[in-house]
Design a protein around this ligand. Structure first.
Ligand code: FES
Length: 138
């Protein structure tokens, strides 16, 4: 089955490949796997804790072209969004943007799941920071 031009473009020029230090408290890491095919996606966000804005994003995907394109696109969409806005990114938007066929929809689900996992990881870290350093009063 031929890939769409947009999938091929991201596949050939993936944006934001790489990783951040997962121990950094301003970094959220999402690592998810697709049971359908065994592909694995790691997606990370780097957040400004004061503004809640995602300032940078990285991914590493061991998977098909659609999974690579979905995660590349996701990192582009994440940058500049607040964490709350990022939670609104839906796999259906990725399907539409990349013109994914039905058999490749799960690749976009992997990206949505990775975004949500990364945000959850970031928020858990921030909760731990707050528990350790209660906000200054006054
Ligand atoms: Fe499974 Fe694309 S075929 S993630």
């Amino acid at each position: 089955m031929p890939y769409s031009d947009k999938v091929l473009e991201h596949y050939n020029n993936p944006r934001n490949v790489g990783s951040f230090d997962a121990k950094d408290e301003t970094v959220g890491t999402g690592l998810v796997g697709a049971p359908e095919c065994g592909d694995v996606m790691k997606l990370q966000i780097k957040v400004n804790p004061t503004t809640g804005v995602i300032e940078d994003a990285r991914f590493k995907t061991f998977g098909c072209g659609s999974a690579i394109a979905s995660s590349s696109l996701a990192t582009e969409w994440l940058k500049g969004k607040t964490v709350d806005e990022a939670l609104d990114i839906k796999n259906t938007q990725i399907v539409e943007e990349l013109a994914l066929p039905p058999v490749k929809v799960h690749c976009s689900v992997l990206a949505e799941d990775a975004i949500k996992a990364a945000i959850q990881n970031y928020q858990q870290k921030q909760d731990a920071v707050e528990a350790r350093e209660p906000a200054a009063v006054g």
